[in-house]
Design a protein. Structure first.
Lengths: 1013, 402
């Protein structure tokens, strides 16, 4: 070692310069820049490491030592010639509190060290701007225009620090962070990245941040080598692929499990892997050797095979099958930042869904509230790069730019666009940038304004028009799960903007993208935006409305808003179903089923049927369903499963062993418990909970995947379904499906041919599509919970039930839970259990209460059970809740209402209820009111309007319990207001429900129906 | 001044602003004897409220906020706290002799690990351990998990539990270990409510250990401070004279917030809203303000940053109504949480409105002026409207009197 001896007191920084043969020219500039730092010479030492055969560099250093006696210059030698080895020698000899690496052919600005040290706090890594300076000269004004200063926040994660991830230069390391970490001398390239990965791997530092404040203070690191030039030439497999794979091997070896990787390691792995993928895309001939190398290296958690291709999402996405991935990194190019800002909402929408976006522009700036994307102001290099051909103009371009600079730097770039011929300008746009891919490397470049187009031409970029961004918005919306109100406006605007494209434009999304986007908007209750997208779709594709169901989607939006079938529903549905038939004939199964699914949704929408007094499905099912029943696809869907699916039964003969029963409890399993208990000891019963397989089994909504399954079964085609579900049916003697729902449909498909299949029908089943899709030819028994429900369903299914044994059996009442009412306030207390839904019509109860309190303020109403849903899916439900609350808060009844909320102990809460109300629009049985009566309350049953024409409440309860209006209800209550009268009526009613619904004989009845015993 | 014979290890302790720190200080006050306190330096996570020291200030003889990395449950963090805390305790012990009693409180499991480490080496010390909430069950009823490492500390604690005739859980879950260690070694185990005890003991891996814990357990709700505390400091906060001022001072959690009341307020007519003002004190008032700015709730909801503790007590006395609400658990699950704020409300002279979940400890408490079921907008609107009507009647009566 020569030069100044190690300092007695530790300097604040040790600057390490690894020289190697051939860098002596650059080395002088490098060391000179270090010797001119504006901090006291005693604050830092410079360690220069040379190789034994690099006499030239050594002599240079020795000369500088003599010329700069006040500086701490130390010359070290490394036997190995790699930069890493040289730095390691220096690291073993440093004594500064911080360490700075500078490459021998690079140089730094005068304030470099002072700015870095100013931000040193041992908590983060101060970093300088890294500036590409291939010719080694700093142009006029360039210090203020470096790319890295685009950061709007000073503190950035190291894993998000752009070029700083890859290099050890340009930053200030606390010495103790480095500890024993050394550069990997075996790596030909990339040892800096690996070094960084090691330094930032320990938990204490893996979330460390880099501080960009020194950039703003003028800290510049001027680099001669082009960014990532170490992997060139791209035509060389070893340089462009193998060396990257080797780096990936080293990086992935740091952590055995990819999930444990530190953020920086992970970012580097992804970056290098993406680079390999990019090379493979451009050079298919490298794929085979890459696979060989990959196999030999067995990299963990590395995807170098992903070649991103763009295609549009299709109807398969609605079936849960994956759509296309993102378009890949997108580079937006514009002349002014204003053109970028104009698209901020679209950019935000896409960036929030993980589309990688960078933005480049010539003039302006982007504020802090812009979406979190990488952006950069393109830099015009004033000096012509070395080796550039001269333009024919007499004056050099750089002098023109300088002249323009005199006019003002703000207009410089605009002027440049006019003054400088494009091919020449292209050479002066600096493409080096740390954090964003260079423009020519971006798979998708989008031009946002005219200057951007000029730039693109100059740079020979294959670019898309700005509508491409709108197309991405629409395509992203087509697969988005959640879309906010503001985002919906973005989607609608994008759709409208796209109509400006010619119909043959490759950037115009195909019709299904518009369909899916509008459907997603409807699912998110963004009806206005959905309508705009549909209108734009019609404009873009005037002839595609029927074949993509746009009218049906429009109907869906209307239903959500108005709660009833809009006029014109029948011809629209017929037209769409005709298209569904046509498409099915053409083999477009997904597309066809998509149309039928949404036609079903329109015709059987809960808003239309579930919460109204007179649902069209109950009133005239044939008229409602005619658009379906006239179609070929619907007939296929409802045809018997043919040939029967062979899942062998147990072939048990009576008496040989207990029958094997499979019980499907449905989405609401409460009622099946009594059945399961009844079979206990009489059968070997297993329970199949379909919601364990997929959440959609928990609803009665149409499901495209189940429609496809049902259609395939009717056609005798291959069925795509979880084999565990099919296996559950195998060998069963009896299958019992509680609820005529999706599970019952599956049971009718998969129950062994000679097995007994029993389905229990509940009220809500009579309003869903699944009753029609069950293969009733396979069903042996159907149980209705009430006679009026049976009559209703007969009206729907007609002669399909002719050969099915029909039973009517209500739910079993467990009377042991209910004591007789003893509370003295009971004779003046009304009760309603499970009231917080529109279908329960609790407003009716409020009117009864109001009528009673008009004469006697002692009357009270107890509402037991949860409130209305906090975020109801349906507008009508929300509107009803608001209407209820408005009425409930009026002074005449407000203080007379007691809310109990969700309870596990209904029995104790009904113990002080004297009058049991049933106010629902429809009930197939109404366990809540029966339990109150069992507790000793006098029943007051509204004649449920939905089932009135099919016998309704009178099919379950004595006529004198039933009333038509709130006034009648009040009259009945007042007629029983006398305690003696009330008690006698309550006792009689109590006896009735125990006799009619008591659980004593229910178990035997379940066994008789299901087991036949 | 006499030396403390009781060592307190509470990972969080005044001056750090956190509910568990307040309760720990109240317990010290309840003990009414000098203590030495080891806590963690929580500056990274919590702000300081010097006024909290007044709760037990004169009883604290020695105080150390050890600079272990602030962490809810990471084993290195716990181990670091234990090592630093134990060294501190030994240093103090060298100076003044061994402690006779040990009190630890968690919320933060590290408190009990340090106490257990001390108990393992000082079997004669009487260890009183308190659980603020279940450790191994999260707020949504799921298993909370963070594994500890097999190291000298965990081996030592395992041996101590085995020496007591029990075993630690088969897994390495820090939370379950912490509960088991307390159940096996503590001489007295404090639960803040019986449902918390039921849930935690039901979840214990060893019925015999659960039985031992039950036999050594007491249920002790959060202490209520004397009335004098409510006037130690005045609070300049302005209340509306023409509105019902409802104070919400509770912290927001995943399963406990003010969203229900805001939803209910949104649905009220203007003539009701104009008689109400909800005052929310939170760490992020801007978020609440942002939610209501420009809406009809603009005048009905005011959000402010946390007050210091004594200011809060003073203002609690001046409010018209104090609002406390239960954490929401999944349907059918045991609700083991008792809001500590209820104890401060109980000591005030202001009517309390409780929004509770059926079966919870808070639900079973008496003394609420108003009571609504949780998750129930209709019921909350009813209460709000009644409050506004009361204000109207009051105003009308005053007008008549004039």
């Amino acid at each position: 070692m020569t030069g100044t001896p190690p300092p007695a007191t530790a300097p604040r920084a040790s600057v390490i310069v690894a020289a190697h043969p051939g860098t002596s020219n650059g080395l002088e500039q490098c060391l000179t820049s270090l010797l001119r730092q504006d901090v006291p010479a005693s604050d830092y030492e410079v360690l220069i490491v040379t190789s034994p055969r690099d006499d030239e560099s050594a002599k240079l250093v020795q000369r500088l030592v003599v010329d700069h006696p006040s500086h701490r210059l130390r010359l070290l030698q490394s036997q190995a010639e790699s930069v890493g080895a040289a730095r390691n020698v220096a690291l073993d000899n440093t004594c500064g509190e911080h360490v700075v690496f500078v490459d021998a052919d690079d140089f730094v600005s005068q304030v470099y060290l002072s700015a870095l040290l100013e931000s040193a706090d041992n908590l983060c890594v101060p970093m300088a701007a890294i500036v590409g300076t291939p010719d080694g000269e700093v142009g006029v004004g360039s210090d203020g225009e470096t790319l890295s200063t685009s950061r709007t926040e000073d503190l950035v994660e190291i894993s998000d620090s752009g070029v700083h991830r890859f290099t050890s230069t340009g930053k200030l390391f606390p010495r103790h962070w480095i500890g024993n970490v050394r550069f990997d001398e075996s790596l030909a390239h990339g040892s800096d990245a690996v070094f960084n990965a090691h330094v930032f791997r320990p938990f204490a530092r893996r979330f460390a941040r880099c501080n960009a404040a020194p950039m703003r203070a003028g800290a510049r690191y001027h680099r001669r080598r082009l960014e990532r030039s170490e992997f060139l030439p791209a035509s060389d497999y070893d340089a462009s692929v193998r060396q990257r794979l080797e780096l990936l091997r080293v990086l992935t070896d740091l952590d055995l499990d990819p999930r444990d990787r530190a953020p920086l390691t992970d970012a580097l792995v992804r970056e290098y892997a993406a680079e390999v993928a990019q090379v493979l895309q451009e050079r298919p001939e490298f794929r085979e050797p890459t696979e060989v190398d990959l196999t030999a290296m067995s990299l963990r958690g590395v995807d170098v095979a992903t070649v991103r291709s763009r295609r549009w999402p299709g109807y398969e996405t609605v079936m849960g099958r994956p759509g296309p991935g993102h378009a890949g990194p997108v580079a937006l190019v514009a002349g002014t930042s204003g053109s970028i800002v104009l698209h901020r909402r679209a950019i935000s929408f896409l960036a929030d869904r993980d589309l990688e976006i960078t933005a480049s522009f010539l003039t302006g700036a982007i504020g802090n509230n812009f979406p979190d994307i990488d952006w950069r102001r393109l830099r015009i290099i004033h000096e012509q790069p070395a080796g550039s051909p001269r333009h024919g103009d007499k004056r050099p371009v750089s002098s023109r730019l300088r002249r323009a600079d005199r006019v003002g730097r703000k207009v410089l770039r605009r002027v440049a666009l006019r003054l400088v011929p494009l091919p020449v300008l292209a050479r002066y746009v600096d493409r080096s940038h740390g954090s964003a891919p260079t423009l020519s490397e971006s798979p998708s470049v989008v031009l946002l304004d005219e200057p951007g187009e000029v730039l693109a031409q100059a740079l020979h970029l294959d670019a898309h028009p700005k509508e491409w961004l709108d197309a991405q918005v629409l395509a992203t919306a087509a697969v988005a799960v959640k879309i906010s109100v503001a985002e919906a406006q973005v989607v609608a605007r994008a759709a409208e903007a796209l109509t400006a494209l010619p119909s043959d434009s490759p950037d115009l999304p195909p019709p299904q993208v518009w369909t899916l986007a509008s459907l997603r908007l409807i699912r998110n209750f963004r009806r206005a935006a959905a309508r705009k997208v549909l209108a734009a779709a019609r404009s873009a594709y005037p002839a595609a409305a029927a074949s993509h169901g746009w009218d049906v989607l429009g109907l869906l939006a209307d239903i959500l808003e108005h709660g009833h079938l809009p006029s014109g529903w029948s011809p629209a549905c017929r037209e769409v179903m005709a298209e569904a038939d046509r498409l099915m004939a053409l083999g477009a199964t997904d597309h066809s089923l998509f149309l039928i699914e949404h036609t079903i949704e329109v015709l059987l929408h809960p808003e239309v049927h579930a919460n109204v007094e007179d649902p069209p499905l109950i009133r005239d099912p044939q008229a409602l369903l005619r658009p379906l029943s006239d179609s070929r696809v619907w007939r296929d869907l409802t045809a018997p499963v043919a040939p029967p699916i062979r899942t062998p039964s147990g072939a048990v003969h009576p008496g040989e062993r207990k029958p094997s029963v499979l019980l499907l409890p449905g989405a609401y399993p409460k009622f099946s418990a009594a059945v399961q208990a009844a079979l206990e000891g009489y059968a070997d019963t297993d329970v199949l909970r379909l919601t364990d397989f997929a959440p959609h089994y928990g609803s009665t909504n149409p499901s495209l995947s189940l429609l496809a399954l049902r259609h395939a079964a009717a056609q005798g085609e291959h069925l795509e379904i979880n084999s565990d579900i099919v296996e559950a049916f195998t060998g069963r003697d009896i299958v019992f499906a509680d609820w005529a729902d999706k599970g019952a449909m599956l049971a009718s498909m998969f129950a062994p041919p000679d097995a007994k299949l029993v389905i229990r029908f509940h009220g809500v089943d009579s309003l869903s599509v699944w009753q029609f899709l069950i293969d009733w030819s396979r069903v042996t028994d159907v149980v209705f919970v009430s006679e009026h429900l049976r009559r209703t369903v007969i009206g729907h299914l007609g002669d399909q039930l002719t050969d099915v044994r029909q039973h009517v059996m209500g739910h079993a009442l467990d009377g042991s839970r209910f004591d007789r009412v003893t509370n003295p306030s009971a004779p003046r207390t009304l009760g309603l259990v499970g009231w917080g839904q529109r279908v329960k019509d609790p407003l009716w109860a409020l009117e009864v209460l109001a009528a009673l309190r008009a004469d006697n303020p002692d009357w009270r109403l107890k509402l037991i059970g949860p409130d209305f849903p906090s975020a109801p899916n349906r507008m009508s439900e929300r509107a009803y809740a608001e209407a209820f609350r408005e009425r409930a808060l009026r002074p005449d009844i407000r203080s007379a209402i007691t809310y109990v909320g969700y309870t596990r102990d209904v029995a104790s809460h009904v113990a002080d209820v004297g009058f049991a109300l049933s106010t629902s629009l429809r009930e197939s049985w109404h366990i809540g009111v029966v339990e109150m009566v069992a507790s000793g309350a006098v029943p007051v049953i509204r004649d449920w309007p939905v089932y009135r024409d099919h016998g309704g409440a009178a099919s379950l309860f004595p006529e004198d319990w039933i009333v038509q209006t709130p006034e009648e209800a009040a009259s009945r209550i007042l007629a029983h207001a006398d305690p003696g009268v009330w008690r006698a009526a309550a006792d009689t009613a109590r006896q009735y429900v125990f006799d009619a619904f008591g659980s004593g004989s229910a178990a035997a009845e379940y066994r008789r129906i299901i087991l036949g015993t | 001044m006499s030396h403390a014979r009781t060592l307190v290890t509470s990972y969080c302790f005044p001056p750090y602003r956190e509910a568990t720190a307040v309760t720990a200080a109240k317990r010290v006050r309840e003990l009414a004897e000098p203590v030495d306190v080891v806590c963690n330096a929580m500056d990274a996570a919590l702000s300081r409220d010097p006024s909290l020291t007044s709760i037990c200030g004169d009883l604290v003889r020695r105080f150390a906020a050890v600079p272990s990395p602030t962490s809810y449950s990471s084993w290195p963090g716990i181990r670091s706290y234990v090592e630093m805390g134990y060294r501190t305790a030994l240093r103090w012990e060298d100076a003044q002799g061994p402690y006779q009693r040990l009190y630890s409180r968690a919320q933060f499991a590290a408190s009990h690990f340090l106490a257990a480490r001390y108990k393992a080496s000082h079997p004669d010390v009487e260890w009183i351990a308190e659980f603020s909430d279940p450790l191994s069950v999260d707020t949504l009823g799921g298993l909370r998990r963070n594994d500890l490492k097999e190291d000298a500390l965990s081996r030592r604690l395992r041996s101590a539990v085995e020496a007591a005739g029990f075993s630690v859980p088969a897994n390495l879950n820090t939370y379950q270990w912490c509960e088991a260690i307390v159940f096996a070694l503590a001489d007295e185990i404090i639960f803040t409510n019986s449902l918390q005890r039921q849930l935690m003991l039901d979840a214990c891996h060893d019925p015999a250990l659960a039985l031992r814990a039950r036999e050594h357990s007491v249920v002790a709700p959060h202490p209520v401070l004397p009335r004098s505390f409510y006037s130690l400091q005045s609070c300049e906060y302005t209340l509306a004279a023409d509105r019902v001022n409802i104070g919400y001072f509770g912290r927001f959690y995943v399963n406990r917030g003010i969203g229900l009341v805001l939803d209910a307020l949104r649905g009220l007519p203007d003539e009701v809203l104009r008689h109400l003002r909800l005052h929310i004190f939170t760490s992020a008032p801007d978020e609440v303000t942002g939610m209501v700015a420009g809406s009809r709730l603009d005048q009905a909801v005011v959000a402010s940053t946390y007050l210091n503790y004594l200011e809060f007590l003073s203002l609690a006395d001046r409010m018209d109504v104090l609002l406390v609400n239960d954490a929401v658990t999944s349907e059918g699950a045991i609700n083991p949480y008792l809001p500590s704020k209820w104890s401060d409300y109980k000591g005030s002279c202001t009517p309390v409105w409780a929004i509770t979940e059926e079966g919870s400890t808070l639900h079973q408490e008496a003394g609420f002026a108003y009571h609504s079921p949780i998750g129930h907008v209709s019921a909350v609107q009813q209460t709000l409207t009644e409050l506004a009507a009361g204000r109207r009647s009051h105003d009308a009566a005053e007008a008549m009197a004039r």
